[in-house]
Design a protein around this ligand. Structure first.
Ligand SMILES: CC(C)(COP(=O)(O)OP(=O)(O)OC[C@H]1O[C@@H](n2cnc3c(N)ncnc32)[C@H](O)[C@@H]1OP(=O)(O)O)[C@@H](O)C(=O)NCCC(=O)NCCS
Length: 178
């Protein structure tokens, strides 16, 4: 089921952090503290953060770091009440476009081995598992899978973006300022 309200993907601002942190705490067993988001927005020049807003309310967020030629997804979460409605899908289209705009050759991330919903989302966007980091998560010692896309400029990712970015898809106001 798709979100019925218009969904806008936008740059994360300092004023969004309280809402973002609320979603973070509902989504992760070891949430980032709110000041981590403040520091990221204020002083990490390699970081880009996006939020999805529905009716003005922040319902999801995601971030990435541009590391050499890779866009590394650092965080990604949708408010539990807004899941399974295509919100992550829209945010991921936006992150892929952003990654191309800032010159990344590919995208990469770590995900818990038990996190099947997130792995399914990432597979849908071309990510494949390329490795495993044993005991990566310090709160419970769970392993991480390393997932990465093919070349963003290559034919498979271009075809995927075209197919996923439907004509009535997301309004994205944040892309140009990357
Ligand atoms: C993973 C997460 C971001 C998905 O958000 P969402 O808005 O519910 O996802 P969407 O509705 O846009 O679904 C897009 C695709 O993701 C996959 N997916 C999402 N949720 C899924 C689930 N519960 N089970 C299986 N596949 C799932 C499907 O491929 C889906 O496509 P489909 O609906 O056509 O089957 C969300 O569950 C979440 O915030 N989880 C907690 C935080 C987290 O794990 N973040 C990732 C850290 S690496």
């Amino acid at each position: 089921m798709a979100v019925s309200l218009p969904l806008i993907v936008d740059e994360m601002r300092t004023g969004d952090i309280a809402a973002v942190h609320g979603i973070e705490r509902l989504s992760f067993s070891a949430p980032w503290p709110a000041y981590a988001f403040e520091q990221e927005l204020a002083s990490n020049r390699l970081a880009r953060y996006r939020v999805a807003r529905a009716g003005g309310q922040v319902v999801a967020f995601a971030g990435l770091w541009l590391m050499a030629d890779e866009a590394h997804i650092t965080t990604f979460a949708v408010h539990p009440s807004w899941r399974r409605q295509g919100v992550a899908h829209r945010l991921m289209v936006s992150l892929l476009e952003l990654s191309r705009q800032i010159g990344a050759q590919r995208m990469t991330l770590e995900v818990r081995v038990s996190n099947q919903p997130a792995q399914a989302l990432y597979r849908r966007f071309g990510f494949v598992t390329v490795g495993r980091r044993p005991r990566y998560y310090t709160d419970d010692g769970e392993d991480a899978l390393i997932m990465t896309t093919p070349e963003l400029a290559g034919p498979s990712m271009q075809a995927l973006l075209l197919a996923e970015h439907g004509p009535n898809d997301v309004a994205d106001t944040g892309g140009g300022a990357a």
